[in-house]
Design a protein. Structure first.
Length: 173
């Protein structure tokens, strides 16, 4: 059931030919791990969200991608990201449930505990996006991109550095 909720997930390749995994995701053969540095282009993707919309990178607007494993620590981080979303205009936020056991009800309950910020939500039962963005390596559970998909910040939730990165990405206060 969670795979059906994830919907269509397509990640365009950075270099080389594309593979189609068993989840229907389109991936290139190379890992993006070494390319996920500030100033580089993030892997492009689009994903159907739980609201029925499509979230994509690049989208023409600054965006925060946050990977949550539905743990208590992530609740506080999600609240902080929600506060940033309220402070900045023209900002998209996508919370990706990286826990393979997550389903719609668990993710919605997690978001309620975090104060119900107005994020788009997506499930990642096959860990396609989680692996593609090398989430959680070195605390990199958040990626900020500008409208063209260029990474302006990647790391843990740190409000000051994220605020600076959002301004650089084109978000307005």
């Amino acid at each position: 059931m969670p795979a059906a909720l994830l919907g269509t997930l397509a990640i365009t390749g950075l270099n080389g030919p594309a593979d189609t995994s068993s989840t229907g995701a389109t991936l290139d053969d190379e890992s993006a791990s070494g390319r996920l540095e500030v100033g580089n282009e993030a892997p492009a993707f689009d994903v159907d969200t739980l609201s029925g919309d499509t979230f994509q990178v690049p989208s023409g607007q600054p965006a925060i991608l946050t990977f949550v494993d539905l743990c208590p620590t992530c609740i506080d981080d999600t609240r902080k990201i929600g506060e940033l979303q309220e402070r900045f205009e023209g900002l998209d936020v996508l919370a990706i449930a990286s826990d393979p056991l997550a389903d719609r009800a668990r993710l919605e309950e997690f978001m309620r505990q975090a104060g119900s910020p107005a994020f788009e939500l997506a499930l990642d039962p096959e860990s396609t996006l989680t692996q593609r963005f090398d989430a959680f390596s070195m605390g990199a559970s958040v990626t900020i991109v500008d409208g063209s998909g260029r990474i302006t910040d990647r790391g843990p939730v740190e409000v000051e550095s994220m605020s600076a990165a959002l301004i650089e990405a084109g978000a307005r206060k």
